[in-house]
Ligand binder design. Structure first.
Ligand SMILES: O=C(O)CCC(=O)C(=O)O
Ligand SMILES: [Fe+2]
Length: 322
């Protein structure tokens, strides 16, 4: 089994004039959603230089002295923004702590934004490295471009479910997005079978748009249970559906587990930059029209975006494998 490649050429703009291409893409998304919930996109309209510069930003940030990274530690943030040392997260509770270093950032919501005032999870100030001011500017530009693409993908997702492409448009007001830069050191020489760069997990939001470098190391669990490499494909992004999508589709589309081991880089670090797109904190997630059979109850009770995500974050921090 393999991960499909979806060509977005001609399907990037909404509206009837583009409907034939969009409908073809929607059909491919339906097929991918019903399988592992993973697909590559090509001709996605993002500037290759913008993506390349985000990798430069990741390298520059992780290359800072430890004390500079400590100064912007996640631990100092009320908004889940900042640097996280190796071993801080354990995505798979049955595995060892993840062998990765990462940095979380996102939309710069101002202090007077109502969600910041209410202390909603992940809404608030970023912590940028003062030594490299261009990293902030670059990451915010990248976040803006990724948000626009994610919102178009949500439209194509709506189409794929037989809904108007505008179905999800009203839930994007103050999206809960996270741009995460990750550096995986070489897979440790003493690694055992419970050692991963990122332990097997599903993503928790709506959709993830992943840029990865040329080494590879990401593996996806296919519907038959086997693990397939998401081999880097020049010019592509890897898209995967997060756990909100099975809620919206009443289990029709899947958010399959995936994991990372940096074993293919010949000792070099691997960089990956997932962009987690999640709609407005207050948006309701409930089975879309037509997804629940007549007379049946939905598989998941309705909830808000905020309720769902907060629960998922709680689960993977502080969980240490023995
Ligand atoms: O490093 C990768 O390729 C994927 C990372 C990932 O799955 C995640 O951060 O959720
Ligand atoms: Fe993931």
């Amino acid at each position: 089994m393999s991960i499909p490649v979806i060509d977005l050429a001609g399907a990037l703009r909404p509206g009837d004039a583009h409907h034939a291409r969009s409908a073809e893409v929607a059909e491919q998304i339906r097929s991918a959603g019903e399988a592992a919930g993973f697909f590559y996109i090509v001709n996605h309209g993002l500037d290759a230089a913008l993506i390349a510069r985000q990798f430069d930003a990741a390298k520059a940030l992780f290359d800072l002295p430890e004390t500079d990274k400590e100064a912007i530690s996640l631990a100092h943030s009320r908004a889940a923004r900042g640097h996280e040392r190796i071993g801080a997260q354990t995505l798979d509770a049955n595995a060892r702590p993840d062998v990765k270093e990462s940095f979380y950032c996102g939309i710069e919501y101002p202090p007077d934004h109502p969600y910041v005032q209410r202390g909603y999870y992940s809404y608030g100030a970023n912590q940028w490295p003062a030594q490299r001011p261009w990293i902030a500017a670059q990451s915010l530009a990248y976040t803006g471009a990724m948000c626009a693409l994610a919102q178009r993908l949500m439209q194509l997702l709506a189409l794929s479910l037989g809904l108007p492409e505008s179905h999800f448009d009203h839930i994007h007001a103050s999206p809960m997005v996270t741009l995460r830069m990750i550096r995986y050191p070489a897979h440790p020489a003493d690694a055992d079978e419970r050692t991963f760069g990122a332990g097997a997990h599903t993503d928790w939001g709506a959709i993830t748009l992943l840029a990865q470098d040329a080494w590879g190391g990401l593996e996806v669990q296919m519907p038959d249970g086997t693990w397939t490499a998401a081999t880097p494909l020049e010019g592509s992004l890897v898209i995967n559906l997060g756990d909100m999508i099975p809620r919206w589709t009443n289990g029709r589309y899947h958010s399959n587990p995936h994991r990372v081991r940096n074993t293919r880089s010949g000792g070099a670090p691997r960089y990956a930059i997932p962009f987690f797109y999640t709609p407005d904190y207050m948006a309701r997630i409930e089975a879309v029209p037509g997804s629940v059979p007549d007379g049946a109850a939905p598989l998941h009770p309705p909830c808000t975006v905020g309720e769902h995500l907060q629960e998922m974050y709680r689960k993977t921090y502080g969980v240490q494998a023995a």
